[in-house]
Design a protein around this ligand. Structure first.
Ligand SMILES: NC(=O)C1=CN([C@@H]2O[C@H](COP(=O)(O)OP(=O)(O)OC[C@H]3O[C@@H](n4cnc5c(N)ncnc54)[C@H](OP(=O)(O)O)[C@@H]3O)[C@@H](O)[C@H]2O)[C@@H](O)CC1
Ligand SMILES: Nc1ncnc2c1ncn2[C@@H]1O[C@H](COP(=O)(O)OP(=O)(O)O)[C@@H](O)[C@H]1O
Ligand SMILES: [K+]
Length: 464
């Protein structure tokens, strides 16, 4: 698991460490790390350009330029605010033979020291113009300038980094936005940081948590997943969600609804009935994909919420909860509920998502006392207790019709197996994104191909 700390937390830890270290020592340690990665990225190249902002991020870049000069690299620096450039860094840079220029000449690598943790908003026009001029790969200092350190939002011009060297600990931007390859330089902040604000599951965490049958297991003991999805109009959603539950865990899957024929034809191992009332016992329900929002569908959702087992409410179930708040009363607030909205469904439930997806997921989790999985390229899982997991997909091939139905089925089966609902949601999101990547291998895929890749994705995380 990778921990991520917000800028406010980093700053207070830094203050305490700064007070206990000689002046400038942390910055030089940070800059040495930047210079080392710059040398790696340079390969045979010998020319580096620095874009230097007004704060300590620019100071890091200038000191990195100093160390690169010591290794015989030609280094040029553009000072975006010459009067405010870091004085000691600039003096050292000049002493070592670094050249201050108005515009960067052709270079093999650019170092982005425009702005770091104090950044707010997109790049200003002068900085944006220098960035637009670059045609070399960029190494970002701490974070790619123009991207918000805490939310990962990039509402305007920003740096696109080949790699980022950050210091002390990872910040939310490193999981929420594209920072290229991220390297961490230790500044000894560890003991001062406290617990992280956000977590990112690694493949091995997902592999370790994934339920597997043991010698004592049978089809019932591993948790039975119920799927209440699909309709005459949308039988495919039921087929995809049920199939995902069938493939994600061992044990049994029950399907109840109008698409029973279609589901039975595709998944003979699922126990199918036409009505929720004779579905039989389950340990968790997935409700909503393709279900419709009419009165009959509301009755199905009410039955599921009253069942006293964990529920994954997706798609039409979310719309019904948004349209008819009485449905919330059907739920026992102590029984886990996982809501899996995309941004438009979120808006129906809780208003616009805005630029801070983490804050949005947390708001809804608190409001509804539920686990909220806000899906998209960056998926955020927030629990009502404040625990928050983030997962940024490495590709966008999952953005295809029906892919959310697969996610819901996977998640429901993990709930049925008894996983903690925050962990279940995080694991489902991660395996779903990986399945999309494996299935696509560089070409578009339908959701049914993503579904077929689930076993490979599970094998991949379990082998870590
Ligand atoms: N503390 C430590 O222990 C260590 C810290 N370290 C380093 O310090 C960095 C933080 O440095 P910092 O706090 O000086 O601020 P920083 O991010 O450089 O910004 C400064 C100024 O930029 C401006 N500006 C703002 N937004 C802008 C925009 N959109 N576009 C353009 N300009 C913008 C604004 O100034 P203004 O121009 O408004 O006067 C703002 O005040 C941190 O990321 C790490 O690299 C390392 O050395 C390790 C040890
Ligand atoms: N740009 C993207 N990159 C990666 N994953 C995405 C992207 N857009 C959507 N997804 C993922 O694809 C799935 C889409 O779900 P959803 O919007 O409910 O689709 P549907 O309703 O068609 O099944 C979610 O798991 C979401 O996280
Ligand atoms: K930067």
């Amino acid at each position: 698991m990778r921990g991520l700390w917000t800028t406010a937390r980093v700053r207070s830890a830094e203050e305490r460490v700064l007070a206990a270290t000689p002046p400038g020592a942390l910055m030089r340690r940070a800059a040495l790390g930047v210079a080392a990665v710059a040398l790696e990225l340079l390969g045979g190249g010998r020319r580096v350009g620095l874009l230097v902002g007004s704060g300590n991020n620019g100071g890091d870049a200038l000191w990195a330029g100093y160390y690169l000069r010591k290794r015989g690299v030609a280094v040029f620096a553009v000072l975006l605010s010459p009067d405010k450039a870091h004085a000691e860094g600039l003096a050292a840079f000049r002493r070592a033979g670094g050249r201050v220029v108005d515009r960067l000449p052709p270079v093999d690598l650019a170092v982005d020291g425009i702005v770091g943790l104090s950044a707010r908003g997109p790049l200003r026009p002068d900085a944006a113009a220098h960035v637009a001029d670059l045609d070399a790969p960029v190494l970002a200092v701490d974070l790619p300038s123009g991207i918000d350190p805490d939310t990962g939002a990039a509402p305007g011009p920003h740096v696109r980094a080949r790699a980022t060297v950050t210091f002390g600990c990872l910040k939310p931007v490193h999981a929420l936005a594209d920072c290229g390859e991220v390297r961490l330089v230790d500044l000894g902040l560890g003991p001062e940081l406290g617990g992280p604000d956000l977590l990112e599951l690694e493949p091995e965490d997902v592999g370790a948590a994934w339920p597997v049958p043991g010698p004592e297991s049978d089809k019932y003991t591993q948790g039975v997943t119920g799927v209440a999805a699909g309709s005459a109009t949308y039988p495919g959603a039921a087929v995809l969600a049920t199939g995902a539950a069938v493939l994600a865990t061992s044990g049994m899957v029950r399907y109840a609804g109008a698409a029973a024929e279609a589901v039975r034809a595709r998944w003979p191992e699922a126990i199918c009935t036409g009505s929720i009332t004779d579905a039989g016992r389950v340990q968790a329900w997935v409700a909503g994909p393709g279900l419709g929002t009419g009165l009959g569908s509301e009755a199905v959702l009410r039955t599921v919420l009253e069942a006293g087992v964990p529920v994954c409410a997706d798609a039409d179930a979310i719309t019904m909860l948004a349209n008819n708040p009485d449905l919330w009363d059907a739920r026992d607030p102590d029984t886990p509920l996982v809501l899996t909205p995309h941004d438009r469904e979120y808006e129906r439930l809780a208003g616009p998502v805005g630029e801070d997806r983490v804050a949005a997921a947390r708001r809804a989790a608190e409001k509804f006392r539920a686990v909220v999985l806000l899906k998209g390229h960056v998926t955020v899982v927030a629990g009502p207790d404040g625990r928050t997991l983030v997962n940024r997909a490495r590709s966008s091939w999952a953005a295809t019709a029906g892919s959310g139905d697969v996610l819901a089925g996977v998640l429901g089966s993990l709930l049925a197996a008894g996983l903690d609902p925050v962990l279940a949601a995080g694991c489902a999101a991660k395996v779903h994104a990986l399945a999309a990547e494996l299935a696509a291998a560089g070409a578009p895929i339908p959701a049914s191909a993503l579904l077929r890749a689930l076993p490979d994705a599970i094998r991949a995380v379990r082998s870590r």
